[in-house]
Design a protein around this ligand. Structure first.
Ligand code: GAR
Length: 196
């Protein structure tokens, strides 16, 4: 059974999809804990499933590295096989990435390498692309630059606003994230071989 810690910053709909999937023992992965950089709404999903949560706020630390060390200490307490960034909106410093690599994945609402960063959906709309989507990738020390694991396209509609397009992307994203974690658990995907 693959053990997973999920990090979120917001509403946690991707987290909820993982929690629901992992509720079935046949899924092959279980969520040990959920962490956040703030008292995010999505932590309530974990609490409903009886899964421990932790918040490590960067404001309480003198440096990003010290914050990341505390985040790592909280994660290491659970000794997970994999850490999933599911709407975690902070860039992790290299001490964190090096400690977890390659067992650290992120889901991002664009077809990377297009539109990295915190405003991928808005940036895609402003660029006027006809197709955007979602990318799940291994996290490296860059911003959304790590090796891709899976991508799915989502068509942009002419009357789309940021909210509507993001919601359509997220419905595809939840399915892709659940399927990708299942494939990692089943060893159909080998993260180490993507990073060599
Ligand atoms: C997701 O679309 C995720 O890809 C995005 O935040 C959303 C979180 O939704 N992450 C990023 O933009 C990271 N750069 P959720 O809280 O409902 O799962």
């Amino acid at each position: 059974m693959l053990s997973v810690v999920v990090l979120i910053s917001g509403s946690g709909s991707n987290l909820l999809a993982l929690l629901e999937a992992a509720d079935n023992p046949l899924y092959g992965a279980r969520v040990l804990a959920v962490g956040s950089d703030n008292p995010a709404d999505g932590l309530a999903h974990a609490e409903r499933f009886g899964i421990p949560t932790f918040v490590v706020s960067p404001q309480a630390f003198d440096s990003r590295e010290a914050w990341a060390d505390m985040l790592l200490a909280n994660i290491n307490h659970f000794k997970p096989d994999l850490v999933v960034l599911a709407g975690f909106m902070r860039i992790l410093p290299s001490n964190f990435v090096q400690a977890m690599s390659p067992n650290l994945i992120n889901t991002h609402p664009s077809l990377l390498p297009a539109f990295p960063g915190a405003h991928a959906v808005r940036d895609a709309l402003e660029a006027g692309v006809k197709t955007t989507g979602v990318t799940i990738h291994v996290v490296d020390e860059g911003v959304d630059t790590g090796p891709h694991i899976a991508q799915r396209e989502v068509e942009v509609q002419t009357d789309d606003n940021e909210h509507d397009l993001h919601e359509r992307i997220k419905s595809v994203e939840r399915e892709l994230l659940v399927a990708t974690v299942k494939d990692i658990a089943a060893k159909n995907i080998h993260l180490a071989s993507l990073t060599n």
